[in-house]
Design a protein around this ligand. Structure first.
Ligand code: HEC
Ligand code: HEC
Length: 463
């Protein structure tokens, strides 16, 4: 028995180690296919005639998929430097004219101020010391370049020439869907994958790029308009639908960008995004190809509708095809999917809510509040088709009309404490959880007392 266990561990190590070396060697950025097919996994354990053989293959496969998926989520650019670097030249704005780029450059202080995060685990001891004793300047864009060279800026990969000049830049999923625990300093700490970065000002960062003409022509607008739209997003927001329908502002004049959602606690949840575009893997392909501008195939004929998606229909966005040997996205979707399914929602600190009130709120959530009619426990979204018309949740249809099903997806509520910054609902229209509960109370005429409302809030904080 003991022999069998150690054998299976060995086979996991055998699968994982070459992969890790492949990463160190930097093959990921080149989009190499680095995970073996399930068939290979099966053949290593088959032949023993043991019924446990395939079970071991499943476990080994799972371990490998999660490890691969983590690397992809954190470090893979899917070849998108062709856009962020080679097309819009964002790396030049970061470098600044003193370092071969344009403008004043982006110092670490500025980078942190626009919400970029630094992975403390990627910093060598010398750098940590230098930051602490002030010999490394946080006001100099050169330091930002050095951090990029260390692969320490969460979600950004810089490419450098042999003489140390930055030549291009790519972005990763982690840019928007990871933050850090601030353990070293504000904005610098251990990675927290799946936590939305609600400090990140995507629009301000993209707006630094010297050449946005590719975006202007995609949207069919002037450069000034593109820059005005990017400046309107603000921290913690991004507008994935802008590049499909060209709608930058809501009828009330506010930005059409939505809050960056968590990428944790998603296992068991059917449809994803605020408006239920599809599964996790659907959306991963969508984002990697259409938003990050990674090199990959993407197929969705729903985008051919010129009335709902004029920009996408004009640009044939739903039919993005590349020869198989150039596709740097599709081979990674399986592991990326598995990894996100494995990221648990974080548990709120015990002291952050009143446990007795939360217990009362739990009963109200299922009882008088009627919340479980949609937020079905323990998933906190509906098993099945988890979508609602705007009138069913008492809000306007602006954002739901921008998606194929014209509905809102019931948000799974675990880990709310980790993304309270920026407010609640897709556009942050409710600044606090009490505002959310007040909305349901009046819209659904629940007749909740002030005490009951506050109990439900404590319950929400405990999730
Ligand atoms: C520029 C910021 C940004 C980047 C980069 C990004 N996302 Fe997102 N992500 C968003 C926003 C904003 C949404 C909400 C979209 C909507 O509902 O319209 C979202 C939605 C999601 C969702 C749905 C979450 C839910 O509650 O259903 C998942 C899963 C996700 N992203 C994963 C990824 C992965 C994986 C990558 C890398 C391939 C990625 N994202 C890259 C901003 C980003
Ligand atoms: C008819 C179905 C339905 C009912 C009933 C319902 N919800 Fe929701 N809930 C939704 C949908 C759909 C959303 C997403 C709305 C959006 O993002 O615009 C949501 C969003 C939320 C959010 C915001 C989550 C976030 O991350 O922004 C909270 C909190 C919430 N609901 C709590 C409750 C509570 C508490 C109740 C009971 C008083 C309740 N819901 C009843 C469907 C429902």
């Amino acid at each position: 028995m003991i022999k069998k266990v150690s054998l299976s561990l060995l086979s996991v190590a055998a699968l994982t180690l070459p992969f890790l070396f492949a990463i160190r060697g930097g093959s990921i950025a080149k989009g190499q296919q680095f995970f073996s097919k399930t068939d290979d996994v099966v053949s290593t354990t088959r032949g023993s005639g043991q019924p446990a053989g395939f079970d071991r293959a499943i476990t080994a496969n799972n371990t490998k998929m999660i490890n691969d998926g983590r690397q992809i989520f954190r470090y893979d650019t899917f070849g998108d430097e062709a856009f962020w670097g080679d097309t819009i030249h964002l790396h030049q704005a970061i470098a600044g004219s003193a370092n071969g780029g344009v403008g004043g450059g982006v110092s670490p202080k500025t980078a942190l101020a626009v919400g970029l995060k630094v992975d403390a685990d990627a910093l060598p001891a010398g750098v940590v010391q230098g930051v602490q004793n002030g010999t490394i300047s946080l006001d100099d864009p050169k330091t930002t370049l050095a951090l990029l060279q260390l692969n320490a800026v969460v979600g950004l990969t810089g490419h450098f020439s042999s003489d140390g000049k930055i030549t291009s830049l790519g972005i990763q999923c982690a840019l928007c869907h990871s933050t850090v625990d601030d353990s070293f300093a504000p904005g610098i700490g251990h990675r927290l994958d799946g936590w939305p970065n609600r400090d990140l000002n995507v629009g301000a960062i993209v707006g630094l790029a010297p050449d946005l003409s590719a975006v202007d022509s995609l949207l069919g607008v002037s450069d000034a308009t593109t820059r005005q739209v990017l400046a309107s997003w603000g921290p913690g927001r991004f507008d994935a639908e802008l590049f499909l329908d060209g709608k930058a502002f809501r009828p009330d004049g506010k930005t059409a960008a939505v809050l960056i959602p968590p990428a944790f606690g998603l296992a068991g949840v059917n449809l994803h995004t605020y408006t239920g575009w599809g599964s996790i893997t659907y959306w991963n392909a969508f984002v990697a190809v259409l938003e990050m501008h990674g090199k990959g195939n993407f197929f969705d004929p729903r985008l051919d509708d010129p009335a709902q998606f004029p920009v996408a229909a004009r640009n044939h966005t739903g039919h993005t095809t590349l020869p198989e040997d150039q596709d740097q996205v599709t081979p990674k979707l399986a592991a990326l999917h598995d990894y996100q399914l494995s990221i648990p929602a974080p548990t709120p600190p015990a002291a952050s809510f009143d446990a007795a009130a939360a217990a009362r709120g739990d009963a109200l959530f299922a009882g008088k509040g009627k919340c479980t009619s949609c937020h079905v426990e323990p998933l906190l979204t509906e098993p099945g088709w988890n979508m609602h018309t705007p009138t069913e949740v008492g809000i306007d249809s602006f954002q739901s009309d921008r998606a194929p099903d014209k509905r809102y997806r019931t948000t799974p509520l675990h880990g709310l404490f980790a993304h309270s910054k920026g407010g609640f609902y897709h556009d942050g229209r409710f600044p606090t959880l009490l505002d959310v509960v007040n909305h349901y109370d009046s819209f659904m005429t629940l007749g909740l007392s002030a005490g009951e409302k506050s109990d439900i809030v404590e319950y929400l904080k405990s999730l």
